[in-house]
Ligand binder design. Sequence first.
Ligand SMILES: *Cc1c(COP(=O)(O)O)cnc(C)c1O
Length: 344
Amino acid sequence: MSTGHLTIDLAALAANWRSLNALTSCETAAVIKADAYGLGSDRVAKALAKQGVRTFYVAMAEEGAAIRAAVGEKAQIRVLTGHMRGDTDIIADLNLTPILCSVDQIKRHFEALPEQPFGLQLDTGMNRMGLEWDDWAAVAEAALRRKPVVVMSHLACADEPDHPMNPYQLDVFHQMTDGITTPRSLAATGGMLLGPEYHFDECRPGIGLYGGLPFEDARAVVRLDLPVVQIRDLTAGEVVGYGNSWQAERPTRLATVAAGYADGLHRAISRGAMLWHGQTPCPLVGRVSMDLITVDVTDLKEDPAALAIICAEQPVDRLAQMGGTIGYEMLTGLSARYSRRYVG
Ligand SMILES: *Cc1c(COP(=O)(O)O)cnc(C)c1O
């Protein structure tokens, strides 16, 4: 078998949910959009449901199907893009709860599915999703009379605890919602770590569940091992890979492993990333190509059968940083070609 191998630790996932939940005295939902950040939304939803999670968020209505099948009829599945044109049937059939984000969506929802539960999203300054002040003022009374399940907003800078945008958005959220009886939600992973004043009635972590920053105390959930396809010896002066971007300065033993940028291992990690044999780092050399990566294994005592690229020694966020990106993007880019094993 030549595909990379992903190990997804569902016990660590569950432990991360419990640790985040322990920070709050409110409900802790789970965000499992984008196939649970690439890790498999059916398995992730089932594992979290076992911990007592009853509310799941997805980005798009279509994502609800796999999750409804996994968690049964009782769980609430909320759709962050709300009720789009064409979504009415799937919302009704799967009993989804759209988070309405505009006056148009509110109208569409109340006309098409007046009995179907819904939530509301307000914009408190991020300018990405949600009703702004004027629209909210115009529709709040009528919308609240229909008893939304939640009124939420989203923080733009919660991964920077000292950013002035955090207290600013908190203040705007208070001004827009104080006095209402509907449950309120503001915090994702970053917001949960800012403190209890950001927690309101419900928190909605995503990345922290999957072991990513900014939740520094998270347990690692993902490990990625890449099989070695070939090993060769180079004399000093020989070059490696496209563009001859690396040249051996000493006699070198070189391993070629089976994964590349087509598997989400961006070309930008070509400089600086390590592959690991147990606790021993082996530098990635040359350019990442579509399906292959070359690695200097000269200092190993034995030829490896596989090398790890995401592991305890090199967490997903460190690898992401080397490629100039974030753990979220690395996780959601994990290849469909990898074989997967769920443990825990
Ligand atoms: C993605 C998302 C979340 C989860 O964010 P994390 O940073 O992954 O915890 C919560 N709320 C909304 C609106 C989102 O788009």
